[in-house]
Design a protein around this ligand. Sequence first.
Ligand SMILES: [Zn+2]
Length: 432
Amino acid sequence: MIWNAHYEAMGRAELERLQSERLGELVDRLYRRVAYYRQRLDSQGVKPADINHIRDIAKLPFLTKDDMREVYPLKLLAVELADIVEVHTSSGTTGKPVVDAYTQKDIGIWAESMARTLAMGDTARSDVVHNAYGYGLFTGGLGVHYGARLIGALVIPISGGNTARQLAILRDFQATVLTCTPSYSLYLAEAAREQGLDFSTLPLRVGLFGAEPWGEGMRREIEAKLKVQALDIYGLTEIIGPGVASECEAQDGLHICEDLFYPEVIDPQSGEVLPDGSKGELVLTTLTKEGTPMLRYRTRDITYLDRSPCRCGRTAVRMHRLLGRTDDMLIIRGVNVFPSQIEEVLLKIEGIEPHYQLVVEREERLDSLEVQVEMNERLFSDEIKQLERSERRIAEALFAALGIQTRVKLVEPKSIPRSEGKAKRVVDKRQI
Ligand SMILES: [Zn+2]
């Protein structure tokens, strides 16, 4: 079912006209109202009058994650604060969080894009949506909530956690649509089995899963265990939250709401815009948002675009499910972790060498991080008990700095492979 065929199945020429018009209006508005954008455009020598077609977007400067720190909390605000009705932020584990401030109209755009997402799983008024994404500053819970409300479905705002209760509510309210992270869906399946609850006795039909990386292997497992069609959804706080792009029943790439969020794929080194089909960094522009609009935001997500016809009838461009990140950021149990942060903690600890390796694994549906660190000769001569104490001390320091549990393993001097180029700090063994 297509929620909004007018926009989702629009002809290419008409869509480009609409995008061009919206981009022109956006740049004009930002130039007048947001000093930060005006300075950026001025320093690039671009004026709103230079933006006459969507392809002129290439003349505009990029926004990066680092810029987000500079504009925290509300330097990108393009309306009066009184016009803002809601804010959400990213988790902010790597410094300042990213802020998305929504006007009443922005909440409407979010509801619209999430209604399109939910409709890709054929969600209708008669459906019961079990929404196990977290409610709060995180965008997942309320994003699904607004979309389901716009459709007129019954939404169960259960949020995350308390698995026994989740299963009871799923069964008692006969949910037909499940929304949560892919790993949590498998955790639910396992808990259900232990409690003797058989998913094939439930009317659950489809699941919309996102907010963490996952792949085809995990999709097959989810579909077999939960007896649902598993669809991938994509979004980010900077742009609106979930609702930027989502998979249709063809399960062959995620349709981007490109009348609302204009996508480009660029070469992460040169910044040059790449043709369809080429892998690169996804860049997004919010064409209609009022509160905190984003011009050419570099997501650091690697994907490629596909404009070939889709059998669902939608014409909106598809992005391939995420292929990786331009940076080396790890996502461990929903927390963003950079190797550089771990290094910073390790280098403050006496007796260890600046040689380390991070091993990420997925055990029992949960990601775990092992930090292997080389000790120096002096520490190496200590007794086992002393070493175990050191390992615990390092794990505590990492927990205090990053908020995640790690397993620390001290290894012999010179045992971690050396590299002549960039050190290979991360070994990711997760099957996704
Ligand atoms: Zn499709």
